[in-house]
Design a protein. Structure first.
Length: 223
C-alpha cells in the first residue's frame, strides 16, 4: 500500500479492500468457531464484523509494505475434534476466495478486455482504471490473495495451525510448533518471506501467490 502514496484514490481503495478482506476472514472464522462451541470468540466480540476485532498488527504491517496481510488468528478447536478443526481453520479462507472470485468475475462481465499484471504488484500500488473497475479489481484481489495466503502452512496462518493440528504429536513436531507458535518465530518467517527479496525483484511468498492467483484471475476475468 505504501507504494500507492502518490495516488490517494488507489491508497484508499487498497486500505478499504484490505480491511474488508481481513474482517470477512476473521468474522466468518469466529462465527464458525462459535458454532463449534468456542465461547472465547463471543467474549472477545469476534463474532461481529468490526475491523477492530479482526485486524492483526503484524498482518497490517505486511499489507502496508507487501500488499498482502492476514487476519487476527482464532484459537483452533482441540486437535481431537478434527472435523471442527478443519471447518474453523478453512472457513475464513473459503469465504475470501468466494468473494474474491465473485468480484473478479463481475469485473470481467462489466469491464471485459482489461489487461492485468501481477496480482501482488497491483495490491502494492493499485491500477489506473475507472473507479468501478478499480474497486472491483482491488476488492477481488485483496480477498483472493488473503484467502490464498491463509492456506500457507506456516503458523499463525490458518494453514499452519491446520498442519500442526493434524500432524503427529511426536517430539519434533511439538518442538517446531512451540518455536513457530509460542515464540512467534512463524510471524518473523512470514514477514521475511513477504518482504525480503531473495535473489529476485520480489519476495518469495508474493511470487508464489502470484503463480497461484494469476491463472485464477485470468480465468474469471477473461483478461
Amino acid at each position: 500500500m505504501l507504494y500507492a502514496l502518490g495516488d490517494p484514490l488507489s491508497l484508499v481503495l487498497l486500505l478499504v479492500a484490505f480491511l474488508l478482506a481481513v474482517t470477512l476472514h476473521g468474522w466468518v472464522t469466529s462465527v464458525v468457531a462459535r458454532r463449534e462451541g468456542d465461547r472465547a470468540v463471543v467474549a472477545e466480540r469476534r463474532t461481529t464484523p468490526d475491523p477492530r476485532r479482526h485486524v492483526d498488527p503484524f498482518g497490517a504491517v505486511a499489507a502496508a509494505i507487501a500488499g498482502i496481510g492476514w487476519s487476527r488468528p482464532v484459537e483452533p478447536p482441540d486437535r481431537r475434534r478434527r472435523p471442527a478443526l478443519v471447518k474453523v481453520l478453512l472457513a475464513g479462507a473459503v469465504a475470501n476466495l468466494v468473494v474474491g472470485l465473485a468480484a473478479l468475475a463481475a469485473l470481467g462481465v462489466l469491464y471485459g478486455g482489461i489487461r492485468l499484471g501481477s496480482p501482488s504488484r497491483l495490491l502494492q500500488s493499485g491500477v489506473d482504471l475507472e473507479l468501478g473497475a478499480r474497486a472491483l479489481l482491488v476488492l477481488g484481489l485483496a480477498n483472493l490473495m488473503t484467502g490464498l495466503l491463509a492456506l500457507v502452512p506456516i503458523p499463525p496462518l490458518p494453514g499452519g495451525r491446520l498442519l500442526f493440528g493434524l500432524a503427529p504429536r511426536s517430539p519434533g513436531w511439538q518442538k517446531a510448533e512451540y518455536q513457530l507458535v509460542e515464540r512467534n518465530i512463524g510471524i518473523a518467517v512470514l514477514l521475511a518471506l513477504l518482504l525480503i527479496p531473495l535473489g529476485g525483484p520480489q519476495a518469495l511468498l508474493p511470487t508464489l501467490l502470484d503463480t497461484l492467483a494469476g491463472p485464477l484471475v485470468r480465468l474469471v476475468t477473461g483478461a
